[in-house]
Design a protein around this ligand. Sequence first.
Ligand SMILES: NC(=O)c1ccc[n+]([C@@H]2O[C@H](COP(=O)([O-])OP(=O)(O)OC[C@H]3O[C@@H](n4cnc5c(N)ncnc54)[C@H](O)[C@@H]3O)[C@@H](O)[C@H]2O)c1
Length: 285
Amino acid sequence: MSDFSQQVAIVTGGGSGIGLAFTTLLHSKGCSVVIGDLALTEDAKKLVECAAGKVVFKQTDVTNWKQLAELFSFTETKLGAPDIVCPGAGIFEPKWSSFWNDTEENSYKTIDINITHPTKATRLAIRSMIRAKKGGTIVHISSIGGQTTRLSVPIYCATKAYINHFVRAFAGLDDEQGIRVLGVAPGLVRSPLWFKENPDKLKSVGENDLWIEPSEIAEVLLECCEKNSQWTAGTIVEASGQGRRREVKVFNDEGPPGIGRSAGANMSLEDDVLAMLKEERARKY
Ligand SMILES: NC(=O)c1ccc[n+]([C@@H]2O[C@H](COP(=O)([O-])OP(=O)(O)OC[C@H]3O[C@@H](n4cnc5c(N)ncnc54)[C@H](O)[C@@H]3O)[C@@H](O)[C@H]2O)c1
């Protein structure tokens, strides 16, 4: 077991859900954590208050490169270079950044948050660790949606497929620099992601889908950060609930079948998309 008590972590999206569960777990192991997020949930505020400087909030919009870089420089100045970086902030293609509800004004913010931010955060983390002449772990949060895909959320699933392949590219960095890049791909997690903004999202969850608690995913993220972890650098670890984990292989992977491994079994959101397109086709232009 690693000793995390002298370690420093940066967790983006640490103000809620999985990121908050990971922050809480790291804190319980004595690790100092800087949360980079737009805001804190009530539970996260309590954690920051009780942690007496060991959990710090730095308000950050991860799509703003200047703010993302400041998150790293703030951490270095206050606590030292990070040993663990989890670029966990992510969104599930909300209506204001959805493929199907696009407008001429909005960009696909989902790509900025779910792809560009973890990409840039990885570069910043590697730079920071190398400058400090230390190794460390960069652990991403992918999703089972990176293997399966859905018509209703095509961008979300594609962003997570990107993370899977992006992570694999860094397998060799461990031997070279002692920097381990890994990813955890959860199934359906009972986090605010599902319950805030448009509750329509819940239409993609089936009656038999298995909800996983954020704390279980936090345990898998921590496993990835262990010095003698069973998970080697460049691995995507699927976490499908009830303690199940497996590596998602790059070739000939069997995929995520079975309860807890679906990205949501209910297809009524797909029906909504098809109805919208039918209406679009019938429209007079
Ligand atoms: N909940 C699930 O079922 C599930 C499953 C697989 C993967 N994931 C992934 O887990 C990660 C965490 O999601 P969660 O379920 O804990 O959701 P969540 O909504 O509880 O947490 C996401 C956090 O990201 C933050 N965030 C969003 N945009 C940001 C921005 N521009 N700048 C800074 N912070 C921003 C939010 O404020 C929030 O605190 C995401 O990458 C998500 O895609 C979630």
